[in-house]
Structure formats: C-alpha cells, structure tokens
Design a protein around this ligand. Sequence first.
Ligand SMILES: Nc1ncnc2c1ncn2[C@@H]1O[C@H](COP(=O)(O)OP(=O)(O)OP(=O)(O)O)[C@@H](O)[C@H]1O
Ligand SMILES: [Mg+2]
Length: 367
Amino acid sequence: MTAELVFERIAIRAFRNITAAELDPAPRLNLVSGDNGHGKTSLLEALYVLCTSKSFRADKNAEVIQTGAEAAQIGARIVEGGLCREQRAVLRPKARTFSADGKRVAKLSAWAVKTPVVVFHPGDLALASGPAQGRRTLLDRVALFLEPVSADHRLRYQTALRERQRALDERGPRAPELDAYETLLAEHGAALCRTRERTAARIAEALGPSFERMAAPGLRLDVRLHSAGSPDPELFRRALAEARPVDVRRGSASFGPQRDDLELWVDGRSARRHASQGQQRVLSLALKVAELDCVRQARGAHPILLLDDVSSELDAERFAAVFRLLCEVPSQVFVTTPRPELFVMPEIAPTDRADFTVCAGAVRRAR
Ligand SMILES: Nc1ncnc2c1ncn2[C@@H]1O[C@H](COP(=O)(O)OP(=O)(O)OP(=O)(O)O)[C@@H](O)[C@H]1O
Ligand SMILES: [Mg+2]
C-alpha cells in the first residue's frame, strides 16, 4: 500500500528573500505564481532543503540564509498515512540542524528518506543531454531509497578518494598510505558499483513506460549503466594500484564509480550525441517520472513533487505531457509559474487546490 504524504502547514524564516511566510497548502495541487525574481523558486528550495538537507541549486548554506540574518529556518507539519510529524531545519553559515518532533537527527542520510520529495527544475531539462554528473545524482537519489546503506558507502568512498589523491599529489605513487586508502576504496567502491547496477536496472524498468507515454510512438529506448569501477573488491583494488601513475598525471582517479554514467540510447543511438532536442527533453522528463516511481515504490509513500517553472521552457506538446502528469499523480504537488492562467485544471477539485502569489518574498493565498 502507498501512503498519502502531505505538507499541512509550512513556515519559512529568513530564507533567501522570504523574510517570513506561513502557508497551509492543499493536499493535491499548489500553484505558486509571481514575477521573476520574487521568490517562487526560493519557496520550493526551502521545502527541498527541509526534506533532503540539501539545496538543488546552492552548494553552501550561506547562500540561502537571508542577507543580514543569522539563520534560515524552515518548519512544517507533515502528515503521512494519517500520522502527523513536525520537521524543522535551521541553517547557519557553518552549521545546520534538522529535527523531527523536537528530536535532533544526527544522520543526514536517514533524514533524507524521511519525507520523500522529487524536484524538477529548468536545469533538469538537460538531464539526458548534459554531463554524467546529473544522471549519477539521480542514480544516487534513487539508491538512497532502494538501499539506504549506499549513502554510507558513498560517503566513505568519497572521503577515501580525496585522501588517496592528496597522498598521490603530495608524495607520489609510492606513498606508503596508499595501500590502506585503496583497500577502503575497493570495499566501498565495489559495494557502490553493485548498488548502482541494481538501481540502474530499476530505473530502466520505470523509464520505459514513462518515456513511451511522452515520446513519439515506436521509439526504442535502451538504458544501461556504463560502470567505470568494478563490483569485485579485489579487481577494484588492483585497478587502483595500477592506475597510480596515470592518476598522478591526471590529478584525479581514473577508475571508480565517480566516473559512471547512466547511458541512454534512442533507436540504437546515444541520446546525448544524436537525439533531437525535443527527444532529449522528453527523456529528461521521463527520467524524473521514473525517479518518482522508483522512490514511491521503495518508500511506500507518494513523494511530494516540486515543479519549478517548467512551463517557460517547454513547447506545447511537452507542456501537455507535464499537465497530464500533474492531473494523474496522486502526490501533493507544488508548481511555480509566472503564468498561472495556463493552469486551468477542472480535474482537480477546488478543495484539493490552493493558489499562492509571491511578491518580493511575501507569500499570500490567492484563492
Ligand atoms: N541570501 C539571500 N538573501 C536575500 N535575498 C536573496 C538571497 N539569495 C537570493 N536572493 C534574492 O531572492 C530573490 C528570489 O529569487 P528566486 O530565484 O526565488 O525568484 P523566482 O521568483 O524563482 O524568479 P524566476 O521567475 O526568475 O525564476 C531574487 O531576487 C534574489 O536576488
Ligand atoms: Mg525561479
């Protein structure tokens, strides 16, 4: 059974240009409109930070804290399957705390699966055509829900990878500490490779149907993980040891899952290199729908969907596909747009929908 999951009350303080906002969203569709630069994306970003501990557009906390304020704060009452909880995030320039029902959460990977959320912002339209990093992030977001332990492997792997490179840069390929780092890398890297294989297979399963619904009929889609590591720890360790001289010259590790890619092929040709721009955008949208589907199934709840201003970037046909998705998914959805008049949706009952406006960081209920 899949549980209903909704934000019931949201309070935001000193987050970007939102000085103070309180809103009671509707259970299905929440439309957030306003002119450019007034705070629409910031509102979605605040919700995303609350649910995942990270922003989808900033690397540092300091960027989201309102200029002149000490801390940004986001709180929400969340109801899942009839049970209510309060989640709260406080971000300071050098520290961030997350708490649920007053209890502080120490492990961010556990926090990130508590309230599942999927975001789609204009930058995601390049998911299929852009650098592999975007597709790896998607893989890892899904893996977090399928195999939560993967977050620990990833963290330990990344730390050891940095340390190994530092040893290589500073002391060269014979540095004595390299053996220990490479043993650690082999253990966590091979585990990560196995998780990525399983996750890619799951995404491929979900991507087929979502692509078929949105793309021209008859297009064949293949999805495969191009693994740059090995699922076998011993092979992994040997490959790293052999790559030391190359990695000194490159200044980075040439072997390992940090170089994986989720490759997408349309009608036997690489989507990145050969698909049309329209096909690449459909594939990007379909990847997000696949993420939604995988997370829903793994987590047993309908993830909250955040759609940031996709209407401005899509042609009529693609926009219609997003529209259908909005009407069909049972998730609570937050959509931002500078053009609310496009969102005439008689399928959604008035009590299930709330419209908000954002003007100079002030959020108001419009209807
Ligand atoms: N740390 C900060 N403190 C105060 N204001 C900020 C901070 N960071 C960004 N801003 C401002 O917040 C405003 C809101 O930006 P946001 O991206 O949310 O707008 P938007 O409504 O999504 O616009 P668009 O329609 O162009 O996407 C911008 O004017 C920006 O200059
Ligand atoms: Mg915006």
